[in-house]
Ligand binder design. Structure first.
Ligand code: SF4
Length: 390
């Protein structure tokens, strides 16, 4: 059924979101297991695109009124707001105005753990709430919605992942932070997008073979950079998977001096042509440090709030996705991050905290804590602040 989308090309009434792109996997160097396909995620994306949340349509005065209400409720509930870079600008602004945090998923969890508040309000997606709860089991962790998930999380169901691990019993299991608590509990290591290179390099130097999940693009990038023997799970982020090198080439003709900043969850063709490849925090740091005035950015457009805030004189352009007439599933805008709004955040604090509290089975949480702590200890030993690397 044709629908509209909010991508950088404007509204496309000609997009048929029921047509899924073929997912081509380069098997030249890597063993990629086809046990899990991410196509199921398209169903969830369709549902969201067809039923946009009403907070997308709030007026300026409504936003102001919600913000004032939330500020009062946060104090009343002894709560602090931690928001991801990919959430709406007004949520990021509110987190900053109220002494909360705007960051990547791990730093969100670390900030929440260190903060004195007894309640953490996590604006992001489900696995972020779970990680916050695992690191801060004594705290109440709330989310504006518990339905906001992630294509990487969906694309790596714990039971199938367990079977996959059992197929490679001698491999060291390394999973990305964008996974459920149950998948983390099955892992030897949890990694964030930039510490992944260092951890895998370290394990590979010890002669270990790696089983990697869930993001195949990040896994391929890490394998290529480190030369490690890796078996990859087959899933992708529906936002980064849509970026197209051909569209970026066209943009580069229009802006020849623009630097291309790319998240390694993007397809290899885009990563290969990037001036800088890195995590959200690294992209933000790079934009500050590089001399260019114009940047083409290959990650979720929510990051533009922070990029523009820290670089008011510079211009940031979203890297093109599938584009007009294509079967774009996300258009550089995570549909699940977009489920976080001022209205549902206020409603949870005001009337339904018990409906939106994150719980993690204590046995799973204990097991997931081990690979999480392994990463944190590794980062400490490297003297590599995870804040800069995640
Ligand atoms: S942007 Fe991609 S990796 Fe991040 S939450 Fe959305 S689907 Fe998951």
């Amino acid at each position: 059924m044709p629908t509209s989308c909010w991508c950088s090309y404007g509204t496309h009434e000609d997009i048929n979101i029921n047509d899924l792109p073929d997912r081509v996997i380069d098997q030249s160097k890597l063993k990629i297991d086809n046990m899990a396909k991410v196509n199921d995620t398209s169903v969830f994306v369709r549902e969201h695109l067809e039923n946009p949340h009403k907070h997308d349509k709030l007026s300026l005065s409504e936003k102001k009124s919600y913000k004032n209400k939330i500020k009062r409720l946060l104090k009343q509930e002894d709560a602090v707001l931690v928001a991801h870079y990919y959430t709406e600008p007004y949520l990021q602004e509110l987190a900053e105005e109220t002494g909360g945090c705007v960051s990547d998923s791990l730093e969100m969890a670390r900030f929440g753990k260190a903060h004195s508040a007894s309640t953490l309000m996590v604006a992001g997606v489900r696995f972020m709430g779970e990680t916050a709860k695992i690191l801060s089991p004594e705290k109440r962790v709330l989310m504006p919605t518990l339905e906001a998930t992630c294509s990487l999380d969906i694309g790596c169901p714990a039971e199938k992942f367990n079977d996959f691990c059992n197929t490679y019993p001698d491999h060291t299991v390394v999973v990305y932070a964008n996974t459920s608590a149950a998948v983390k509990a099955r892992a030897d290591w949890v990694v964030t997008s930039s510490i992944a290179l260092d951890v895998v390099d370290h394990l590979s130097s010890q002669g270990q073979e790696i089983l990697w999940a869930p993001d195949k693009h990040l896994g391929s990038y890490v394998a290529k950079k480190t030369g490690a023997e890796m078996v990859l799970w087959d899933a992708a982020c529906i936002v980064h998977d849509e970026f197209r090198a051909s569209g970026v080439n066209d943009l580069k003709h229009l802006y020849p001096n623009a630097a291309l900043l790319v998240h390694p969850e993007s397809p290899a063709a885009l990563v290969d042509m990037a001036d800088m490849v890195g995590s959200t925090t690294q992209i933000i740091d790079a934009a500050k440090q590089m001399d260019n005035d114009v940047f083409i950015v290959g990650t979720d457009r929510g990051i533009f709030y922070k990029l523009q805030q820290q670089n008011p004189g510079k211009t940031f352009i979203a890297a093109p996705t599938g584009g007009a007439g294509a079967t774009c599933n996300s258009c550089a805008y995570c549909p699940w991050m977009a489920m976080n709004g001022l209205d549902n955040l206020a409603a949870v604090l005001e009337s339904t905290p018990e409906m939106n509290e994150v719980f993690v089975d204590s046995m799973l949480a204990d097991r997931a804590l081990t690979p999480l702590n392994r990463m944190l200890d590794f980062a400490k030993r490297m003297n590599a602040p995870v804040k800069k690397r995640a």
